[in-house]
Design a protein around this ligand. Structure first.
Ligand SMILES: Nc1nc2c(c(=O)[nH]1)N[C@H]1C(S)=C(S)[C@@H](COP(=O)(O)OP(=O)(O)OC[C@H]3O[C@@H](n4cnc5c(=O)[nH]c(N)nc54)[C@H](O)[C@@H]3O)O[C@H]1N2
Ligand SMILES: Nc1nc2c(c(=O)[nH]1)N[C@H]1C(S)=C(S)[C@@H](COP(=O)(O)OP(=O)(O)OC[C@H]3O[C@@H](n4cnc5c(=O)[nH]c(N)nc54)[C@H](O)[C@@H]3O)O[C@H]1N2
Ligand SMILES: [Mo]
Length: 743
C-alpha cells in the first residue's frame, strides 16, 4: 500500500475523484476509504472503495456507500431549517433562516437554564460515532451534564466498555491485524489460531470500527472459527463449531466453557498466577456450571460446548470478536465478565493475535466526552442514576437512560424541560415502549431535532428541525482505534444544510465562546489533532497515520496510568473476582440468571407466548432506522420480516410472505414471514428500526411506527443490576396472522 504518494483529489475520465473516508451521516461505524466521483456540475455521481486505503483495501464493506448519491439527492432530504407551525405531530412546518433558528434556540434554552438550571436540558444522540464529540461538547458548553442515548440499559457497547475498564483496566478487541497499515503482512502480527465470533455478525454489521472482512482474512490464513449465534449466519456456516444458543443465555455458555478449560487444565497457569486476581473463586464458581447443566440452559448439545471450549483453550493465540448481543441482555456485566475471563485465563491479553487494548490513535479525542473538564464535579454528579449505578463512572460520562425517562416523567429530583435531539430517531428505533417515550418528550417545553430526513421522532416532538449534511458534503476527520483518517468534502452541501460539527460550533459559541475559540471547523480539527503533531491540512496530505502498537504493556509499566507494572485496575491484575462489584452489592463473580421473560423464568407467559424472540440482527441495506426511503436499498429489504423455522411456521399456521403480528404482554408489531431453516424451531428473529416513510407522517400514524416498531414489545425500566443491559434480544412472543382489513 503506497498511499503516501496518492493525492487526495485528481481528475479521471472527465470526473473529479476525491479520496475520503466513509463516516456518518448516513449512519456508519467504520472508516472505509472511499473514492467520491463528481461531475463537471459538482454532482456526486458514484462512490467506489479506495483500493489504496489500508483500512478496507478496496473492499466495499456494505452496499450503503454505493447508494450514497441516492441518499444525498433524495427529494425528502431536509434542506432548510424549519419551525413548527401546527401542533406537535401535525407535521406542518415553515422555512426559517439559520439565524432565526439559532436565535430562537439560544433564547429558549437560556430561558429554561435561568429558571431551572442547565441540567434541565438534555442532549440526546444515537449511535452517532462521528457526532458524539461535538454534541457532548455542545452539552457541556451549555452547562448540562446530559448527552445520552435513549436506549434502555445503555444496551450498546458501553456495558462492555465499562466492564472492561473496571475489571481489566481497558476495553479489549480482537487483534485481526487492523492495527497495521500492512494488515496481515505486518511482521509484528500473528495469525490467531482460533477466533470466537460471539453475539456479533461482523460481515454484515461491521460494528464499532471493525470490518467483517478482517475476520475472513484471518480465516483464509488458517484461523479456526467458533460462532455463538442463535441463527445460522454466513460465518456460522463456515465455522468449525457453531453454537446455536438460546437467546439471553450467553453467560451460562461462557461459564460452562470456563469450567471445561479449568477442569482440563487448558488455561495459561503462568499468566493466571502472575497477572490475575480471584482465579480460585472463579474456579469454584464455574464448577457450578457443569456442561450438562449448561447444555440444558443454552439448548446447545454438550459435545459442541466441549468441542468449542477445547478448541479455544488449546489455540494460541486466540481471540473473541464480541458483539452487541452481549450488551442486549440485562445480564450484560456478568456476560462481559465471563467472556473476558475466557480470554484472560487462556493468556490472550495484549499478545499478537490475541486481544488488544482499544484506544484512540495518538490519544486524539475519540468518540465523545469532549470538554468534560469544563463541568464541575457537582454538575457531573447530576447525571441520571450515577449514584445508584456506580459502574456509570467507568467509561463515558453518560447517565442511565431508564432513570432519565423516569425523571422526565416525575420531575424528581429536578425537572427536565427541553431536549436537543441530534442524529437519533429514538421513537422508531432506539427506545423501548415508544408511546411512553413519546409522552415523556411531549411534556417538554422545547425540542430541537437535527437530522438528514424528517423522521417519526422529528414529526412527533420537534419545535425546530435543523438539516444536517452527509459526509460527502463536508470536511472532517475520524479517530477511533486504528488510524486517524481524513474526510474530504467532495460536493457543496445540498440546499441550506450544515454539518453537525458546524451546527454544534455555531451554537456552542453562543453558549460559551471560550470553549469554541476556532474560526472554522478545520481549525477545530487541528486542535483536536494536536497530540498527533499534525494539522488537519497536513493530515490531508499523508496516508492515514497508524500509531505504533505496543504489546504486553502490563509487563513494562505501560498499561497503568501511574506507570507501575500490571493492569490499570485497583489490584493491578485482571480482576476475575471484582471487589468493586461486591462493594456495590453486586455478585463479584459472574453467574447466570434467566432473562425476565423466558421459558424457564416465566412459564405462564411462555404458555401464552411460546416463541423466544430476538431482535435487531443487522442487515446490509439499512443502518438502524435509516435508508428506508432509499430506493435501491429498500428494494433489498422492502418489508420488516420475522425469520421462523419451517416446523414452527407449520405449527403456527403461517407461511412465507404472510403478514403476521408478533405480540407479547406489552404490545405487538407487524411483520412479513420468512420461513428459514437458519432458526431453531423455538426461536424467532426480527429486524428493528422500522418506519414507513412512504406513509402519512402526521400523528397518529407517524409513518406507521405504531404498527411496525418492534420496540412496542420492549419495556423501559428493566435494566440490569449495574444499570447496564436490557433484554432487547431475549423476550417471548406469539405469532398470528394479520386479519383482513387490519392493514
Ligand atoms: N429492538 C431493537 N432495537 C434496537 C436495537 C436492536 O438490536 N433491537 N439496536 C439498538 C442499537 S445497538 C442502537 S445503537 C440504537 C440506534 O439508534 P439510533 O442511533 O437512534 O438509530 P438511527 O436509526 O441510526 O438514527 C439515526 C438518525 O440520525 C439521522 N442521521 C444519520 N446520520 C446523521 C448525521 O450525520 N447527522 C445527523 N444530524 N443525523 C444523522 C438518521 O437520518 C436517523 O434519523 O438502536 C437500538 N435499537
Ligand atoms: N448494516 C448495519 N450495520 C450496523 C448497524 C445497522 O443497523 N445496520 N448498526 C450498528 C450498531 S449501532 C451496532 S451496535 C452494531 C451491532 O452489530 P453486531 O454486534 O454484529 O449485532 P447484531 O447484528 O445485532 O447481532 C449479531 C448477531 O447476534 C445474534 N444474536 C441474537 N440474539 C443473540 C443472543 O442472545 N446471544 C448471541 N450470542 N447472539 C445473539 C444475531 O442472530 C446476530 O447474528 O452494528 C452496527 N452496524
Ligand atoms: Mo449500537
Amino acid at each position: 500500500m503506497d498511499s503516501e504518494k496518492i493525492p487526495w483529489r485528481w481528475e479521471e475520465g472527465g470526473l473529479t475523484v476525491t479520496r475520503s473516508t466513509a463516516w456518518s451521516g448516513p449512519g456508519c461505524h467504520n472508516g472505509c476509504g472511499m473514492l467520491l466521483y463528481t461531475n463537471a456540475e459538482g454532482k456526486l455521481v458514484k462512490v467506489e472503495a479506495d483500493p489504496d486505503h489500508p483500512y478496507n483495501r478496496g473492499r466495499m464493506s456494505c452496499v450503503r456507500c454505493l447508494a450514497l448519491p441516492e441518499v444525498v439527492y433524495h427529494p425528502d432530504r431536509l434542506q432548510h431549517p424549519m419551525k413548527r407551525v401546527g401542533a406537535r405531530g401535525e407535521n406542518k412546518w415553515e422555512r426559517i433562516s439559520w439565524d432565526e433558528a439559532y436565535d430562537t434556540i439560544e433564547q429558549r434554552l437560556n430561558k429554561i437554564k435561568a429558571e431551572y438550571g442547565a441540567e434541565s436540558v438534555l442532549f440526546s444522540i444515537g449511535t452517532a460515532r462521528d457526532q458524539a464529540p461535538y454534541v457532548s461538547r455542545l452539552a457541556y458548553s451549555f452547562g448540562s451534564p446530559h448527552w445520552i442515548t435513549m436506549i434502555s440499559g445503555y444496551a450498546c457497547y458501553l456495558p462492555r466498555v465499562a466492564a472492561g475498564i473496571l475489571t481489566q483496566g481497558a476495553y479489549l478487541e480482537p487483534d485481526l491485524a487492523q492495527l497495521y497499515s500492512a494488515g496481515c503482512d505486518d511482521p509484528n502480527w500473528t495469525v490467531p489460531e482460533c477466533i470466537i465470533v460471539w453475539g456479533c455478525n461482523p460481515v454484515v454489521s461491521n460494528p464499532d470500527s471493525s470490518l467483517g472482512t478482517w475476520v475472513v482474512d484471518c480465516m483464509k490464513r488458517g484461523s479456526k472459527l467458533i460462532v455463538v449465534d442463535p441463527r445460522l449466519t454466513w460465518l456460522a456456516k463456515k465455522a468449525d463449531v457453531w453454537l446455536q444458543i438460546r437467546p439471553g443465555t450467553d453467560t451460562a455458555l461462557a461459564l460452562g466453557m470456563l469450567d471445561i478449560i479449568v477442569k482440563e487444565g487448558l488455561y495459561d497457569k503462568e499468566f493466571v498466577e502472575q497477572w490475575t486476581f480471584g482465579f480460585e473463586q472463579l474456579s469454584a464458581r464455574v464448577a457450578e456450571y457443569p456442561v450438562e447443566r449448561v447444555s440444558e440452559i443454552t439448548w446447545i448439545p454438550k459435545e459442541k460446548i466441549e468441542a468449542a471450549a477445547r478448541l479455544f483453550g488449546k489455540s494460541k493465540p486466540a481471540n473473541i470478536k464480541w458483539g452487541v448481543a452481549v450488551d442486549m441482555t440485562r445480564q450484560s456485566h456478568a456476560a462481559a465478565q465471563a467472556i473476558q475471563a475466557l480470554w484472560t485465563i487462556t493468556g490472550n491479553i495484549d499478545v499478537p493475535g490475541g486481544m488488544f487494548s482499544a484506544a484512540p490513535p495518538f490519544g486524539v479525542i475519540g468518540m465523545a466526552d469532549w470538554g468534560t473538564e469544563y463541568l464541575s464535579e457537582e454538575m457531573l454528579a447530576k447525571r441520571f442514576g450515577v449514584d445508584k449505578y456506580p459502574l456509570y463512572n467507568f467509561g463515558f460520562k453518560v447517565g442511565q437512560p431508564d432513570m432519565c425517562l423516569e425523571q422526565m416523567e416525575t420531575g424528581v429530583p429536578y425537572p427536565i424541560k427541553a431536549a436537543w435531539i441530534q442524529t437519533t430517531n429514538f421513537l422508531a428505533c432506539t427506545s423501548p415502549d415508544p408511546k411512553r417515550t413519546q409522552a415523556a418528550f411531549e411534556k417538554l417545553d422545547f425540542n430541537v431535532v437535527v437530522d438528514l430526513f424528517m423522521t417519526p421522532t422529528a414529526v412527533a416532538l420537534a419545535d425546530i428541525v435543523l438539516p444536517a449534511t452527509t459526509f460527502a458534503e463536508r470536511d472532517g476527520m475520524r479517530t477511533f482505534w486504528q488510524p486517524i483518517e481524513i474526510i474530504n468534502k467532495a460536493i457543496e452541501p445540498v440546499g441550506d444544510t450544515r454539518s453537525d460539527m458546524q451546527i454544534c460550533m455555531d451554537l456552542g459559541k453562543r453558549f460559551r465562546s471560550d470553549m469554541w475559540p476556532w474560526d472554522t471547523v478545520q481549525d477545530m480539527f487541528t486542535e483536536m489533532l494536536a497530540p498527533s503533531g499534525l494539522t488537519w491540512e497536513e493530515l490531508r496530505e499523508v496516508a492515514p497515520p497508524y500509531p505504533p502498537y505496543e504489546y504486553r504493556k502490563h509487563e513494562k509499566g505501560h498499561a497503568r496510568f501511574d506507570g507501575g507494572v500490571g493492569f490499570n485496575t485497583p489490584t493491578g491484575r485482571i480482576e476475575l473476582y471484582c471487589a468493586a462489584y461486591e462493594s456495590w452489592g453486586i455478585d463479584p463473580l459472574p453467574a447466570f440468571t434467566e432473562p425476565d421473560d423466558s421459558p424457564v423464568s416465566s412459564p405462564d407467559l411462555y404458555a401464552e407466548y411460546p416463541l423466544v424472540l430476538t431482535t435487531g440482527a443487522r442487515s446490509w441495506s439499512s443502518f438502524h432506522s435509516e435508508h428506508r426511503q432509499i430506493p435501491h436499498l429498500r428494494a433489498l429489504k422492502p418489508d420488516p420480516v420475522v425469520e421462523i423455522h419451517p416446523d414452527a411456521a407449520a405449527k403456527y399456521r403461517v407461511k412465507d410472505g404472510d403478514w403476521v403480528w408478533l405480540e407479547n404482554q406489552r404490545g405487538r408489531a407487524r411483520r412479513k414471514v420468512v420461513v428459514t431453516p437458519i432458526m431453531d424451531p423455538r426461536v424467532v428473529n426480527t429486524d428493528h428500526g422500522w418506519w414507513l416513510p412512504e406513509t402519512e407522517g402526521a400523528a397518529p400514524n407517524l409513518y406507521g411506527i405504531g404498527d411496525v416498531n418492534i420496540n412496542n414489545l420492549v419495556p423501559w425500566g428493566a435494566a440490569g443490576a449495574t444499570g447496564f443491559g436490557a433484554n432487547y434480544k431475549s423476550m417471548l412472543c406469539k405469532i398470528y396472522k394479520v386479519a383482513e382489513g387490519e392493514m
